[in-house]
Design a protein around this ligand. Structure first.
Ligand code: HEC
Ligand code: HEC
Ligand code: HEC
Ligand code: HEC
Ligand code: HEC
Ligand code: HEC
Ligand code: HEC
Ligand code: HEC
Ligand code: HEC
Length: 413
């Protein structure tokens, strides 16, 4: 396969090159004699339908041709001679893994592109790989189910099936297929739940690619559901501060022991959302007795966070009033930001359940909010005083008019 690589690559480019002007020029410049002599690439003359899809992909861009995967003789224009020698026809799902691996597991080939070579090793550990390679069961995906066989694009290309925004759809091709998943006793609701979750909304509507698609939690090639004791670490890859607080608290200890399914105990895995602040106490009751110290703590935490939210809201309204009254509010906005940061930390300390910290933060939010409201009240009083100050002015103006009128009348008489 490797012999004649350059000649064929150039031939490929010459044929594919029409729509890739810039690239064909650079390669032909480097190998002008070969390019002029050899410009017929048989495979794409007969398989014109594949050509169009293929030239959009990364492999064509790197000068890889049809025969690099399928074998055969690309210089031949006859089916019988083109489909000979190394020709493998259409590889099945198992052969495809080997085919892709022949380059992608070879460090000498991949180093120059900065690509790691672990995809197949990882795939072997995944449930998919176990099913396909271990049990030879073709319900499992092979490389081309997620990447396509011919239009293989880099993950950062928005049209790629493995671009973050397209991954959930790629997984859903199978995981939403009821009859397929029933065979394995798996539900088909992951995509629907995910789409509505904080992560799904962040990804699809916010275009926030830091929000995990399916592979952010499962891994792409090593796809497996996290074990109960692993969940906090999976979420903690991104929610670093929350995880630290969680580890310090009683639930972190319980999760390590497998007594609590980590973060998903309160946030769900696919339907991930904040716990609504007025439902915190209720959440604790799922596992703790209503009379317990833990349940009481839940009630306290809820009161605290609801009060902090109200404080923030009134502070925000007060700033709004000051803006209308024409006040300089940049200082107050800065203080409001501080209160907001404290409030966000309250959410963090929900995880360590450190009551003192929670109360302390709640007090700080309250105190800043009171200051801001006090400023707004002073401003309102001052506005009233301004109006009062105007009373003598109006009085004088009125007197002047009346006097003027009398004067005018006396002049007329
Ligand atoms: C003269 C036209 C012609 C040329 C040249 C040609 N093919 Fe084909 N190819 C065909 C036809 C017709 C079929 C469908 C019938 C068959 O399977 O033989 C086919 C089928 C295939 C298939 C599917 C086989 C299957 O399992 O059904 C592959 C893969 C393929 N060709 C690859 C190649 C490659 C790679 C090259 C270049 C090395 C090439 N072909 C050159 C005409 C051609
Ligand atoms: C990176 C490897 C790779 C390259 C390069 C490649 N193919 Fe394929 N091709 C595959 C695989 C794998 C399949 C098996 C079907 C699947 O997995 O979707 C396939 C399937 C086919 C088939 C039969 C199935 C179908 O979709 O009709 C034809 C015909 C074919 N390829 C032709 C071509 C031609 C022509 C080119 C060059 C333009 C080409 N291939 C380049 C990997 C490749
Ligand atoms: C003949 C060697 C070869 C074969 C066979 C091959 N690839 Fe590639 N692949 C490459 C090269 C070279 C690149 C380009 C790397 C680059 O430019 O970043 C690449 C790039 C990719 C990329 C984009 C990686 C990135 O982020 O840049 C994906 C995805 C990919 N290949 C998947 C596959 C799949 C799936 C198969 C099997 C159907 C396959 N490859 C077969 C050589 C090969
Ligand atoms: C279940 C779907 C799925 C399967 C099966 C799959 N991939 Fe991927 N692959 C992805 C996703 C998603 C990405 C995007 C990067 C990421 O999130 O890791 C990716 C990225 C890649 C890349 C780019 C470099 C990298 O690792 O990030 C290469 C190369 C690649 N895959 C090759 C393969 C090969 C070879 C196979 C077959 C052994 C394969 N993939 C099977 C989903 C899959
Ligand atoms: C070609 C179909 C197909 C595609 C595409 C696919 N899967 Fe799967 N997946 C399966 C099948 C079939 C199973 C059942 C394996 C079993 O349980 O034995 C499975 C199992 C799983 C499991 C293990 C579930 C369990 O508890 O056993 C996870 C996790 C998973 N897939 C995630 C993903 C993710 C993430 C993607 C997308 C990147 C994806 N899958 C794409 C077919 C697919
Ligand atoms: C790949 C990084 C990543 C992983 C892994 C991750 N998250 Fe997230 N999470 C985010 C990002 C980014 C957001 C913000 C999304 C947005 O709104 O744009 C978010 C949002 C959230 C929210 C909503 C927060 C809010 O203020 O509305 C909760 C709750 C959450 N994640 C919990 C979890 C849980 C539980 C897990 C593990 C099961 C997890 N996350 C795994 C990155 C991640
Ligand atoms: C925020 C992290 C996260 C995201 C995002 C995520 N999952 Fe999961 N998923 C999990 C966790 C954790 C489990 C294990 C639940 C358990 O064992 O109780 C799981 C379990 C699964 C399972 C096993 C069956 C089940 O439902 O319990 C499948 C299949 C699966 N996920 C597929 C997907 C698919 C497809 C997507 C994208 C649409 C996705 N997951 C997105 C964390 C996530
Ligand atoms: C015992 C229930 C519980 C568990 C377990 C739990 N959380 Fe929370 N989480 C909460 C509550 C309550 C809030 C605060 C809700 C609010 O602010 O209204 C919250 C808020 C959050 C937020 C949003 C606030 C912020 O700082 O962005 C994220 C993200 C989050 N949790 C992630 C996690 C992660 C990651 C884990 C696991 C390490 C986890 N949670 C475990 C109850 C829980
Ligand atoms: C999914 C079940 C679950 C939920 C929901 C839950 N806990 Fe826990 N909690 C546990 C487990 C398990 C332990 C460790 C075993 C034990 O000590 O009871 C624990 C321990 C505790 C402890 C330390 C031991 C104790 O009883 O004093 C406190 C405090 C606590 N939880 C508070 C809360 C609060 C507050 C909430 C609601 C925000 C909550 N928990 C929600 C399961 C849960």
């Amino acid at each position: 396969m490797k012999r004649g690589w350059i000649a064929v690559a150039v031939a490929t480019v010459a044929v594919f090159g029409e729509s890739r002007g810039a690239f064909s020029i650079t390669v032909q410049d480097a190998q002008p004699q070969v390019a002029a002599a050899d410009s017929v690439y048989g495979c794409v003359l007969c398989h014109a339908d594949k050509r169009k899809a293929f030239i959009e992909g990364i492999h064509s861009e790197r000068g890889i041709g049809c025969h690099d995967c399928h074998g055969g003789d690309p210089a031949s224009l006859e089916t019988s001679t083109a489909h000979t020698g190394t020709y493998i026809g259409t590889p099945d799902k198992l052969a495809t893994v080997e085919l892709c691996g022949s380059c992608h597991s070879d460090p000498d080939r991949m180093r120059q592109y900065g690509l790691h070579v672990g995809q197949i090793a990882e795939f072997r550990t995944s449930r998919h790989g176990q099913l396909l390679l271990g049990e030879r069961n073709t319900d499992a995906p092979t490389c081309t189910d997620c990447h396509d066989a011919h239009t293989i694009l880099t993950p950062d290309n928005a049209r790629s099936r493995v671009h973050p925004a397209n991954i959930p759809g790629t997984c859903a091709d199978c995981h939403q297929d009821e009859s397929l998943m029933a065979k394995y006793g798996l539900t088909t609701d992951q995509f629907e739940l995910y789409r509505e979750s904080a992560h799904g909304v962040g990804l699809f509507e916010g275009q926030n690619f830091a929000s995990p698609s399916c592979v952010g939690c499962h891994g792409s090639h090593a796809a497996l559901p996290p074990q109960v004791t692993e969940i906090a670490n999976v979420c903690g890859q991104c929610h670093v501060l929350v995880r630290r607080a969680f580890d310090d608290g009683p639930h972190g200890v319980a999760a390590q022991a497998g007594a609590l399914p980590g973060c998903t105990a309160c946030h769900s895995n696919h339907q991930t959302e904040r716990v609504p602040s007025d439902a915190i106490a209720e959440t604790c009751l799922e596992c703790h007795d209503a009379e317990s110290r833990a349940a009481q703590l839940g009630v306290e935490a809820e009161e605290l966070i609801v009060a902090a939210e109200n404080d923030l809201q009134t502070a925000d309204e007060a700033i709004g009033e000051l803006v209308v009254a024409g006040w300089q509010v940049s200082d107050l906005r800065l203080r409001y930001q501080t209160a907001l940061t404290d409030y966000l930390q309250i959410a963090e300390f929900q995880h360590s359940l450190d009551v003192e910290q929670l109360e302390d933060l709640g007090r700080r939010v309250g105190s800043i909010s009171r200051d801001i409201r006090a400023t707004a009240e002073v401003s309102a009083e001052q506005r009233w005083e301004h109006k009062l100050l105007l009373v003598p002015v109006w009085f004088l103006t009125l007197s002047a008019i009346v006097l003027g009128w009398f004067k005018l009348r006396s002049l007329k008489e």
